[in-house]
Design a protein around this ligand. Sequence first.
Ligand code: PLP
Length: 425
Amino acid sequence: MANYSSLSREELQREYDALKVAYDSFAAQGLKLDMSRGKPGAEQIELSAPLLDALRAADDARSENGMDVRNSGLFDGLPEMRRLFGEIMGVDADRVILGNNSSLNLMFDAVCQGMVSGFGQAPWGQQGEIKFLCPVPGYDRHFAICEYFGITMIPVPMTQQGPAMEVVEKWVQDPLVKGIWCVPMYSNPQGYTYSDETVRRFAALKPAAKDFRIFWDNSYCLHHLKKDHARLANIFELCKQYDNEHLVFEFTSTSKISFPGAGIAAMAVGSYNYDLIKKRVMIQTIGPDKVNQLRHMRYFKDLDGINAHMEKMAEILRPRFDAVLQLLQHDLADTGTATWSDPQGGYFISVDVTEGCAKRVVELCKQAGVTLTGAGATFPYGNDPEDRNIRLAPTFPAIAELKQAMALFTVAVRLAALEKRLAQD
Ligand SMILES: Cc1ncc(COP(=O)(O)O)c(C=O)c1O
């Protein structure tokens, strides 16, 4: 297949006609496939099924401190589970606050606390037009939280090393910039891991706003696809060097380790933030679901147990990612109609199609029965200024379906590019 930029109008038209036939035959198949959300597939969920039996009615239901987990109390969770999440996030157990099944919930609550009560300053909601920095492309649900609270979003370009730090360092001079969303390991959607230097520059930030916070969403910290995997520097360790521990709220969860509907979410903070969050959480709840925490502890036991489980998870996911990447390479590499990320972990592949064509590609796929994440979803306000980025989520469909969906996707990418070229010439 030749690069489309080198083809004559007649050759482009011939290519278009051939692809249109292929597209119509996909449309006639009545496909109904969903590649829109990063949900674990059935096989992944099954892998954790025995967890549900790890705590039975006849079992001792006490935590290591002797507490009956079926009763109320322990607003920040079981000590053994806080220790385990401390190991995962690289902090001491007493810096960990456990939530229920969703880390997004913890992020929402933290932003809400900033808006309503503030972090040692006037509530964000009373300071005028406050702003968050949003590395793009990024995670649509982070952006949705900002929209919900009326926080102005400022896009910051992503690089393979993380957000463009010179842009971040400039923006934090604005006292109304109160936060930044970061997915530092296997970013959503590209799968990039921030370099040591990027993490160091985050730890060294000197924001004008004393109540500025980094929302360090480390959802994919254990989600390696390759044995020789990426490593992320410990932001809390680096923050200590700059007397900046208060800057970071770190989040993670077992949503993609055990069950998204019934996992454990956690937050790690420095001691100053711990006291602020504690004040709110102690009013908000009598405590998280400790039965589920004990069940997870009994099943996984320790970090080695989780890592062994994640290796099995990677064996399920690797063929899916490989199938998508192989089809992209085979069908698109020579045409010059798209570029894509080659993630070493996480849940997504980010594809940049021909400028001005992402919405059309998603529409073509939808019309032929394949739902993708909406074009623009990876940008604040759903507005991808170049209309190029599409997030692919390979985890949920079965492999045979995934291959079908991708075969349609690559036809749609080429068709959309050809429509644009033929309309211009
Ligand atoms: C970057 C990121 N953060 C958070 C979440 C949601 O996590 P949780 O299920 O713990 O709320 C996701 C889910 O796709 C995600 O991609």
